[in-house]
Design a protein around this ligand. Structure first.
Ligand code: HEC
Ligand code: HEC
Length: 299
């Protein structure tokens, strides 16, 4: 919005400059060499023409100025019209696919689904874009699966449910991730996330058949939205616990984990030296046993 304002402003000053240069050139043109009265008449005639032209341009500049003030509100009303349209689409989708479990007024349905009042666009975006919602059957835990809805429909659902409050869909730029503090992110991850998702984001079991999933597939916006909305057993990380900047650091760290390859061969879940030793021990003993049996068979 600031942009359009600025460019309009430039245009306006440009027009003003145009006015002054026009009058200047007109003035020099209207200075005739002779002192004849007819020439003088013509001169005043020309001068009034110049004045009229200047007045016209001045009026245009004023209209232009008013337009520059009118434009942002126009853009705003367009955006809100767009928003209303999206909410309508979202409501249509909701009534078709979500209403049976979340209720006609988003109040929730007993033994089927929780209330969605105030969960926010971020929660809807997270649940729908990771394919968790719409849930297909009652299960201990929804899992990530291919999303049922495309981006536009997901945003429409988020706009419809998000109108009742709650966190907005977060934005994460690649630039911000690039400039994040990875070391700080790693520290915060180990403090806040690793107890459930393991040190390397591989995930882990929780109580009563629930689990924290692997973070391998989560996009930056998924990670941000998960921290904002705390799906299922995951806590919400409020700005008091992790500031926006710290959340970006954590996201950058998870991205780095996702991008890390294992140059040493199979990573065995990156769980550390004990399981690695176990694998070598079991494999080695089996190999020796086979050798022994083979040698014994020969003799
Ligand atoms: C078969 C029932 C069912 C259907 C259909 C369903 N949901 Fe859900 N939904 C649930 C249950 C159960 C939970 C809570 C379980 C969980 O969080 O894993 C839930 C949780 C959610 C949450 C998280 C709420 C929170 O507190 O963070 C959102 C958002 C959501 N659903 C949106 C939707 C949308 C949007 C649709 C339609 C596209 C939908 N659901 C369809 C059963 C359903
Ligand atoms: C108390 C355990 C717990 C803690 C602590 C926790 N999570 Fe989670 N997390 C979960 C559970 C459980 C789910 C699955 C929720 C679901 O399926 O609805 C989850 C899901 C996620 C997902 C979605 C993964 C996907 O691919 O769909 C992301 C991303 C995530 N967590 C990131 C984090 C980050 C980052 C932190 C630390 C700031 C964190 N979690 C801390 C339990 C936890």
């Amino acid at each position: 919005m600031a942009d359009t304002h600025d460019s309009n402003h430039d245009k306006q000053t440009g027009d003003r400059q145009g006015v002054s240069t026009m009058t200047d050139t007109a003035d020099t043109q209207s200075a005739p060499p002779s002192a004849a009265s007819s020439a003088k008449k013509r001169r005043t005639g020309r001068k009034s023409k110049v004045r009229r032209a200047a007045a016209l341009l001045g009026a245009l500049a004023v209209v232009g100025g008013m337009y520059s003030y009118a434009t942002p509100s126009n853009a705003e009303s367009n955006a809100s019209a767009n928003q209303t349209e999206m909410m309508k689409t979202g409501q249509g989708l909701y009534d078709k696919t979500c209403i049976t479990c979340h209720g006609a007024n988003l109040e929730g349905v007993k033994d089927r689904g929780p209330s969605l009042l105030g969960v926010g666009a971020a929660a809807v975006y997270f649940q729908v874009s990771t394919g968790r919602m719409p849930m297909t059957r009652q299960e201990a835990q929804t899992v990530r699966k291919p999303a049922k809805f495309g981006r536009d429909d997901t945003l429409a659902l988020a706009a419809f449910i998000g109108q009742y409050g709650g966190p907005e869909i977060p934005e994460v730029s690649n630039e911000a991730i690039k400039n994040a503090n990875l070391a700080e992110g790693g520290e915060l991850f180990r403090l806040n996330c690793s107890s459930c998702h393991s040190f390397v984001g591989a995930g882990g079991a929780l109580s009563s058949g629930k689990f924290a999933p692997s973070l391998k597939q989560a996009s930056p916006v998924d990670i941000y939205a998960a921290m904002l909305t705390g799906p299922q057993n995951m806590p919400v990380f409020s700005p008091n616990q992790l500031t926006d900047e710290q959340k970006i650091d954590v996201i950058a760290y998870v991205k780095a984990l996702q991008d890390t390859t294992d140059p040493g061969g199979a990573n065995i879940g990156r769980t550390g030296p004990v399981p690695e030793g176990l694998v070598i021990w079991l494999g080695g003993i089996s190999f020796l046993l086979i050798c022994t049996v083979w040698i014994a068979g020969k003799s």
